[in-house]
Each structure stands twice: as structure tokens, then as C-alpha cells.
Design a protein around this ligand. Structure first.
Ligand SMILES: [Zn+2]
Length: 211
């Protein structure tokens, strides 16, 4: 089932590698179709991954179709789908600058006009949890509240959106903004956007986050 969706998911994974957001088999992605989730398999290098390797699970985490195990972070994906009804896709990356922010345990402040309407302001870092645990999923849910992205402590980042294409785009915007923040911090003190602008842009995020 969902052959076209599996192909699209594979293409998104290949773009994640191409854009240097992940390497090897790290990170993962999924998309919601009807009441099911199509998710990347565990421990298969993207270079070797085929559309048939994708796994279909239901919203309780039961494997419905697939010969592989679902990504080790399947519980985090489910947590996001089950608590945010507008979420249609989840992209989890180990991109360098977002991970560096997560290592510093530093939230990403509102510094770029393009970013806030897309991701929300102050992208938080989660509490630490061991990868692949239900706790990591719970921590991500908490950190991503009223946002489209979160930094995962000592680990990476996650973005949620209506579609896979948009979730990937958000992951790139997040990585780019984290990079700008880290570079500007090395030279001086990054200046945040004015408070009233952040409020307006956060309102824009609320209007656009379901689309
Ligand atoms: Zn990960």
C-alpha cells in the first residue's frame, strides 16, 4: 500500500543526505496517510534504501506492512501525530549547526525575519533523553509546543509540517538559521528582532503552520 508515498519519502531522505542534514542511516522521516504513518526503516543506509523498505504503522505503533523494523524513533513520530492534528509529516535530522545548538543547550532566538513565520520564535531545546525512548518523544512534544521545530538535546533536530516537502524545507531553514546564529555569535552579540515584530511573526506562524 501507499507505493507513491513510499517513493516520495525515499526522495525526501535522499535530499536530506544531499543537503548534509544526515549521513549514513542517521535521522529519519515519516508521513501521515489516512490513519497510518509511513516511516523510514531502522539502520538502513540511505544510499541502499528502497521504497519497499519503508514501513507502514498505525497510530498505536503496530506494523501494518513492511519487512523492516520502523525507525528507532517511531515513538517520537507517533507522539507528534497523536498530539498535533495538523501534522502531516515529520523530518528528524542530525544537521551540524542545529546539533551544535542542542549541545550548547541553547534555544534559537528570533534573529531572522524569514525564520520566525516558518518555525515560530525561540526554538527550544528538549530535556535530554536516550535516543529511541518514549521519553524522548514526550520531551520533543513539550519543546515543540506552538512551534514547528525543536532542537533535541545532545542529538539533533526535528521539524513538523503538513507535507514532507515542507518539513524538509523547514529543516533546511532551521539549519541555516542556526548557522547564521553561531557565526554571528563568534563575531559579536547577535541582535534579536524587535519584540513587536516577533509577536507579529509568531501570529503569522499560527496562521500558516497548518498549511
Ligand atoms: Zn536521531
Amino acid at each position: 500500500m501507499y507505493e507513491d508515498t513510499k517513493k516520495e519519502l525515499l526522495e525526501i531522505c535522499q535530499k536530506m543526505v544531499e543537503k548534509d542534514l544526515v549521513i549514513g542511516s542517521s535521522g529519519n522521516a515519516s508521513v501521515r496517510v489516512d490513519d497510518y504513518i509511513v516511516i523510514t526503516p531502522s539502520s538502513i543506509h540511505y544510499a541502499d534504501m528502497k521504497a519497499d523498505d519503508m514501513v507502514v504503522i498505525d497510530l498505536d505503533g503496530e506494523v501494518i506492512e513492511g519487512t523492516r523494523n520502523p525507525s528507532v524513533e517511531w515513538q517520537m513520530h507517533l507522539e507528534l501525530y497523536n498530539t498535533r492534528s495538523v501534522v502531516g509529516a515529520v523530518v528528524h535530522t542530525h544537521s551540524i549547526y542545529a546539533s551544535a545548538m542542542a549541545v550548547l543547550n541553547e534555544s534559537l532566538p528570533p534573529i531572522i525575519d524569514e525564520t520566525v513565520p516558518k518555525l515560530g520564535s525561540h526554538i527550544r531545546v528538549t530535556e535530554y533523553a536516550i535516543p529511541g525512548t518514549k521519553q524522548l518523544g514526550a520531551n520533543v512534544r513539550k519543546a515543540i509546543e506552538d512551534r514547528s521545530a525543536a532542537l533535541i538535546a545532545n542529538h539533533g533536530a526535528v521539524c513538523i509540517a503538513k507535507t514532507l516537502e515542507k518539513a524538509l524545507h523547514l529543516a533546511m531553514v532551521l539549519e541555516r538559521t542556526c548557522k547564521i546564529y553561531m557565526i554571528s555569535k563568534q563575531i559579536g552579540t547577535p541582535k534579536h528582532l524587535p519584540d513587536e515584530v516577533v509577536e507579529d511573526e509568531q501570529d503569522l506562524w499560527e496562521m500558516m503552520s497548518g498549511y
